[in-house]
Design a protein around this ligand. Sequence first.
Ligand SMILES: [Zn+2]
Length: 613
Amino acid sequence: MIHFALDLFVVFQPGVPQNMIKYQIGSRNPATHYFDVSIYIDKPEPGGQCLRLPNWIPGSYMIRDFSRNMIDLVALSAGAEIGIEQIDKSNWRVSGCDQPLVVSYLVYAKDLSVRAAHLDHSHGYYNGSSVFLEVVGQADRPCEVVIERPAADYCRNWRLATSLARKQAQAYDFGLYQAQNYDDLIDHPVEMGEFKKISFEACGVPHDIILSGRFECDEARLARDLTSICEHHIRFFGEPAPMHYYQFQVLVVGDGYGGLEHRSSTSLMCGRDSLPKPGQTGVNDDYRDFLGLCSHEYFHTWNVKRIKPAVYQPYDLQQEVYSDLLWAFEGITSYYDDLALLRCGLIEQQSYLELLAQTMTRVQRGIGRTRQSAAESSFNTWTRFYQQDENAANAIVSYYAKGCLIAACIDLKIREISGSERSLDDVMRRLWQDYREQARGVEKDSIQQLVSEIAGSDLGDFMQELIYGTSELPLAELLETAGISVTTRVAGNQQDKGGKDIEGELATVDFGAFLKEGEAGLAIQRVAESGSAQSAGLSAGDVIIAIDGIRLNQGQLEQRLLLARPDDCWTVHAFRRDELYQFEVVLQKAVASTFVLKATESQQPQRQAWLHC
Ligand SMILES: [Zn+2]
């Protein structure tokens, strides 16, 4: 590995005084999935320079131990290798030296997600938090990074996409880039490969969409629709936009969905059917989800990347950082992501109401909502929301989904009190004014106080119960005040996400288990607490092979449920591991926990003020 470090000395001209931490990243063979990384430190701490790698990435609240992918770590000073001691899983100390120091290592990059790094013959992608060691004590110094074209013939036509500032590099090319400090260095993910670039402007700010992977796309339409969303959000918080440039990095795969926000970019992953095909008109469910994802990550440009919880200033990336406030930073963002699609005319009012009803349904179907508050869900994200098991719906509530509904409650409550004069929109604009300068972060009770102030009425108790309570949200009553009728029904089948009426007969009983059809039988993915299946002794992992002595598939089971009545008893045979058991399942009455929302009259001033239509 040392020869690569020696290359670095050539690039960085040793002996010339520098005021920068210098990084270099490349790959000698992308097919091995290794990035080669070197760091040149002109003034290492004489008593022994410490280095560390983040254990998590902002925006994805789980300890991921990125350092487990590092190998072949070596340190070199004055032309000779020097000692490097590992202190813990993500911290090292190099032996004391009074000459510039070069540290080199390899990073194994085979995580095809938006959170880490991935490299193969088709493309490369990394977040700085996965590949760049922090020089402890020098994190505030400016950084330069040489991003090298990987040394393989098939990379000769690769281009490079990042929102990192260029220093000596052509646009969309490999070369020398720079960052204000370490925090900046790791907040601009890099995509390299033969991608498609689509450019547009929103409120005068240049934006690029970088599409990687195999796909078909109506590029003009995608640019037009994203322009509407971006301009909407910029104008929502007020011009000028806080960034000079913005990049949507999209990796298109067969099956995948996710996004991660950054200050001037976002990394997204989506399925091929999410993009609008040439000739396709209308907004189908997949494209609506994708637009919602883009809208969500873009809204984060303000809400969490600049308006931040105080405990994230600065981020401690070595360990969990606990906050009660993710219901606001993720939930309010989730509220405005879809609402923006309606407000800028990309979807119809009924389509928006369908999405809101689906979120209400998601929360209502899990008994976990009665056990965990939105604040507790936020606080425990590290080990609960991000590490969900088969019992999650019974034990926890999503701070995304419940946070979105809390945001709707706050918005409608302020609108009701103020006669539509003020709203959550004003709260967000005030947060932006008050916290944009980064000097301070949002404290635990900042948002509650601001809501009362904007509403002109003490909403302390109301907010306390929404955030820290587990009682049912008053959303149905508040929606009625805005001319929206709220009805509930039982689920049509286990694919039914809610939001729509269903034609035909609905079952009066519920089996109380989510099933997946496989060759061995119907595998139970999860059971509802105290539901029919669990009450009979069935549990997640069991594989049902027969009901009343007959093998049946998912469709046949649904047919049997339609004919069944409450208190009917089924004899169920199921394998638990390799052992066959018999269960007597008494079918319980189905609960109406699926929501449908409808506008009750065509002209209702509060609704029109709220939905902008
Ligand atoms: Zn988010």
